[in-house]
Design a protein around this ligand. Structure first.
Ligand code: AMP
Ligand code: MG
Length: 334
């Protein structure tokens, strides 16, 4: 495995590896992706193998422009209302941290969609990602570049540490600015449905399509694949507590505390010395900054000399919902 800078020559090299069936990790605005040629079933199989990802968890296909979207998805197969909603969402939020579930074209390999008749598509808003997709095969399947279930990578070093030689090349584009995965919206049915909260907030989605609903995670038989409760998890145990509850915490082992803002650190008060370390997601209480720092801080604490991580939930609005979703899933690891 080699790490290169996103120069013209670097991107040419990365595109060549993708075109010949290899795996390239690259930056997007959300997290680093583990990319493979979306048209090549062998490359797709290598993605699942490298991540140890179960074959029932479908991939997101990344395109660099609307023209390539038509190669991947069949917008004509949508019911008229859904077609309007899908068009409005693309218009408003692409390129950006929004993944749409759409009817798939038959030429998209079944491995990319785990056999589903729908495909997840995203048009990323990161210059390196877009240049690479355009230079290579026009459609690049890319889940997050981490072993299945583990913390998502927001820096090239995270990818190198987690995947090592299971990836052929890493393009280092610095830190991912959004820091949490894309928001996944299923527009293949009559009512648009948020399957996964992410970098694009529900409030912003609803400002464009007011009727969007949210998948009920308490549903015992979820209709969406890849909605496993334990995900995005550090190796250390993570305990998730309500805001303010860390003040009463009595960790019995060497624990690190993760709080939302400076006020959260102040609220720790007498409890602070009981923690070996205290980290703050955003000093000023900015949810966007908290999201950008989330995986970075979790990677740091997970690599540190702590037995446990105790984290406080953040305010459940805007991108804070995605932060709480990732913390919740990280806490569910057993
Ligand atoms: P990841 O690539 O790890 O960020 O995860 C992609 C997620 O997109 C999966 O875990 C699924 O929840 C979702 N997804 C991908 N394809 C589909 C699909 N055809 N239908 C519903 N959800 C999908
Ligand atoms: Mg992932």
């Amino acid at each position: 495995m080699e790490i290169i800078a996103p120069t013209d020559a670097g991107l040419e090299k990365a595109a060549g590896i993708l075109a010949s069936g290899g795996l390239v990790a690259f930056p997007t605005e959300t997290v680093y992706g583990l990319g493979g040629n979306a048209w090549d079933p062998r490359a797709l199989a290598r993605i699942f193998e490298a991540k140890r990802r179960p074959a029932f968890d479908p991939l997101i296909v990344h395109v660099a422009g609307i023209a390539a979207l038509d190669d991947v998805a069949d917008l004509g197969a949508l019911v008229p209302g859904a077609r309007t909603a899908a068009g409005s969402l693309m218009e408003a939020f692409w390129p950006g941290p929004l993944t749409l579930i759409l009817p798939k074209r038959s030429r998209v390999p079944d491995l990319a969609t785990s056999g589903l008749p729908t495909v997840a598509v995203r048009l990323p808003n990161h210059p390196v990602a877009r240049a690479l997709i355009e230079l290579s095969t026009g459609a690049v399947a890319a889940p997050s570049a981490n072993p299945f279930g583990y913390l998502s990578p927001t820096r090239a070093e995270h990818v190198a540490a987690q995947l090592g030689d299971r990836v052929d090349l890493i393009v280092d584009g610095g830190r991912c600015p959004v820091g949490v995965e894309s928001t996944v919206v299923d527009v293949s049915g009559p009512v648009p449905l948020v399957l996964r909260p992410g970098g694009l907030s529900l409030e912003r989605l609803r400002s464009v399509v007011p009727g969007i609903e949210v998948l009920d995670r308490t549903d015992p038989a979820p209709k969406a694949p890849g909605q496993l409760a334990n995900h995005y998890a550090p190796r250390r145990a993570l305990r998730l507590v309500p805001p303010g509850a860390l003040a009463g915490a009595r960790p019995e082992s060497r624990a690190a505390a993760l709080v939302f803002d400076a006020a959260g650190r102040d609220r720790l008060g007498d409890a602070a010395p009981r923690f070996a370390a205290v980290r703050v997601l955003s000093e000023s209480g900015d949810a966007v900054e908290a999201a950008a720092n989330l995986f970075d801080l979790l990677h740091e604490l997970d690599a540190g000399d702590y037995d446990e991580i105790w984290a406080e939930r953040v305010p459940d609005e805007g991108i804070g919902r995605a932060v709480n979703d990732r913390l919740y899933k990280a806490s569910k690891k057993t």
